[in-house]
Design a protein around this ligand. Structure first.
Ligand SMILES: Nc1ncnc2c1ncn2[C@@H]1O[C@H](COP(=O)(O)OP(=O)(O)OP(=O)(O)O)[C@@H](O)[C@H]1O
Ligand SMILES: [Mg+2]
Length: 487
């Protein structure tokens, strides 16, 4: 079937997609010429570059050679094969926005289409305004996606994203959402255990957002007494309470387009939660002791290590405030769920200490292995502190397990003793023989030394007078596995 490209008269000076990088290209697939021409006209009037075809084959041909940003697809045409085309397009061009058009009677197929990856749908017959709105929504989403990809590319480093370290798939997922929300002014709720980097992420969202030139104002809702949190957030007027000798602006009012970071939001008392909700809804506040209201213009980022959803169920956190703050939520995974980031983080912190005038340091294999196995309940902060402590205690250039805090050492001894059952197994001896084979003596010497040195292989090899490689080979023979990769 021939390719039918219908362009309204106004589009006769139409330029091919590849020559017009700035405009978004819309491909309309519909058997009805009237629909095609109406869609083209509306798309063109809103600044899109429209293309139209009446069948699936023509659509495939056009998609093969050109980059199309938005596909407007009638699910019934081509000849009822719309859903198949949608599946194909989502597979070959996952970034393309697909809007499906359906007759009222086939709304259920629109639902199925959304499940297959369509981003929006129009029920026929539709008003031209509706079409324009759907196209503009798709364009907005495209622009956010593009800006977010550009931001990610700009910040991408070998170690992570900007100053956030980590290349695990969990962190990559986080970066995708982070670079998207940074483009907007939405409220973001940052969730994660203590020390996972919630404040670091909040600062990064602010630093790459539209209000980055304005202030980032953190408030610790957990460490301040409630009345202080209130006056910190809302401000107060002179005489509002004992000691209020002059008026003071609250952070919500003085942010002026900047970001207020509500840290430990789960600790905010219920009455303050109500006040905060009102402030966010009405975009104005009343300072403590004041009768007047002050308008506010602020982006809210909030963080907590609490399970806010459960707190909502238990009535300890307001549901309406939870929904207001949780427009987008970002969950930072605990370090034990992304152990592959540990060597990167360790290298990053050692490098930073060196830059700050410290001595260059490396981790011994045993120390690194301990770090990889330890569950890090205090997450990245605990890892950072452990390295700082090890550097302060050690005078050499290699950090050994013994230089680390006792909880790591204890964990190491414990796991070291429990892992290789073979260590405890007595070798088979001749009955009545009191002679221990040389190999067994050697094995005992090696394992005892390692135990005494908390598994530090480098030092053990030195003390035993054998090379590091020999030690590794022997450990492997004893079933103690591969040595950890050095940093
Ligand atoms: N991915 C990371 N890359 C580099 N540094 C990190 C990372 N995550 C955390 N840190 C560092 O770890 C320390 C703790 O991070 P941060 O204060 O952001 O955590 P938090 O989640 O707010 O902790 P808490 O719940 O205890 O307040 C900081 O020094 C921060 O710079
Ligand atoms: Mg914090």
């Amino acid at each position: 079937m021939p390719v039918t490209i219908l362009l309204p008269r106004a589009m006769t000076n139409y330029v091919h997609p590849t020559e017009r990088p700035g405009r978004l290209h819309v491909l309309i697939v519909d058997e009805d010429p009237a629909v095609r021409s109406a869609c083209c006209e509306i798309a063109a009037s809103r600044g899109f570059a429209p293309h139209a075809v009446d069948n699936g084959e023509a659509a495939r041909n056009l998609l093969r050679g050109n980059s199309v940003d938005i596909l407007l697809l009638d699910l019934k045409s081509p000849a009822g094969a719309g859903l198949g085309l949608l599946e194909e397009v989502k597979m070959l061009h996952p970034d393309m926005a697909v809007i499906v058009m359906t007759a009222f009677a086939t709304v259920s197929s629109a639902v199925e289409a959304m499940r297959t990856g369509a981003s929006d749908y129009l029920t026929k017959p539709f008003a031209l305004d509706e079409l324009a709105a759907v196209l503009e929504r798709a364009a907005d989403r495209k622009n956010v996606d593009l800006a977010s990809r550009q931001l990610r590319d700009k910040l991408r480093t070998e170690q992570g994203l900007g100053n956030i370290i980590g290349r695990s798939s969990e962190m990559e997922k986080l970066y995708r959402i982070l670079s998207k929300v940074a483009q907007t002014s939405h409220a973001v709720l940052i969730l994660g255990e203590s020390g996972t980097g919630k404040e670091l992420v909040a600062r990064s969202i602010h630093a790459h957002g539209p209000n980055s030139a304005k202030a980032f104002l953190p408030v610790d809702c957990g460490s301040l007494v409630p009345t202080l949190v209130e006056s910190e957030l809302f401000g107060y007027v002179k005489g509002a309470f004992t000691g209020a000798n002059r008026s003071k602006d609250g952070l919500l009012a003085s942010a002026e387009g900047g970001t207020v970071f509500l840290d430990e939001i789960g600790e905010l008392p219920l009455d303050l939660q109500a006040k905060l909700l009102r402030a966010l809804q009405e975009k104005e506040i009343r300072p403590v002791g004041a009768t007047h209201r002050v308008p506010i213009n602020v982006r809210i980022l909030a963080a907590t290590n609490r399970d806010l959803a459960t707190m909502v169920e238990q009535g300890r956190f307001r549901k309406d405030l939870y929904y207001r703050l949780n427009v987008v939520s970002l969950r930072i995974p605990p370090l034990r769920d992304r152990r592959e980031d540990i060597p990167l983080l360790a290298a990053h912190f050692l490098e930073r200490m060196k830059k700050n005038g410290g001595q260059p340091r490396m981790l011994s294999d045993a120390a690194l292995r301990t770090m990889m196995e330890y569950p890090w309940p205090g997450n990245v902060r605990e890892l950072e502190n452990s390295l700082e402590r090890a550097c302060a205690l050690s005078s050499g250039s290699i950090l050994h397990s013994g230089d680390f805090p006792t909880q790591l050492q204890d964990f190491h001894i414990h796991s070291y003793r429990t892992v290789p059952a073979a260590v405890e197994i007595e070798p088979r001896r001749e009955v009545g023989s009191a002679v221990t084979p040389l190999a067994e003596l050697e094995r005992q010497a090696i394992l005892d030394t390692l135990r005494r040195l908390n598994g530090d292989k480098l030092t053990a090899a030195r003390l035993l007078g054998i090379g590091k490689t020999t030690l590794y080979r022997k450990l492997k023979e004893y079933g103690l596995g591969e040595p950890a990769a050095g940093l």
